[in-house]
Write a protein of this length. Structure first.
Length: 136
């Protein structure tokens, strides 16, 4: 069983998911609200993403824009956690996500890992990036 994060955006889902693909690798696919067979008046012709899917390392990161005309409060109180395979990989990912964003806790050693940091990226998504956890 797995739980796959589904994050929401205000019109910049395509840019965010494309950036995440560049950082994490993998493949990304999109469908728009305009492609829905029952698209309402506001959705017809909209290039907003109804469903985006990044597949990387056998895991999924899902996302969408709020539908045209809807207001929402994306990523307000949820963080996506990622554990890099090495300290160097985790540091690279943290630095890439931090570009244009806001570092909440700088990437540094902790009692459970040789590296951990928290940030809000330029798309408003909160991340917790860790190096592999220490074995007890």
């Amino acid at each position: 069983m797995s739980f796959d994060p589904y994050i929401h955006f205000r019109g910049n889902c395509r840019a965010a998911m494309t950036a995440y693909r560049q950082i994490f690798g993998g493949t990304v696919t999109f469908s728009t609200y305009a492609e829905a067979p029952d698209a309402g008046e506001e959705a017809r012709g909209s290039d907003r993403v109804m469903h985006g899917q990044l597949v990387s390392g056998g895991r999924l990161l899902l996302g969408s824009d709020f539908p045209p005309g809807w207001e929402g409060d994306p990523q307000k109180a949820v963080s996506i956690s990622h554990i890099g395979a090495t300290v160097a990989e985790a540091e690279r990912i943290f630095a890439a996500l931090a570009e244009g964003g806001e570092v909440i806790m700088a990437f540094r050693p902790t009692f459970w890992s040789d590296g951990f940091g928290m940030l809000k990226d330029r798309f408003g998504t909160h991340w917790m990036i860790s190096a592999p956890w220490r074995q007890a």
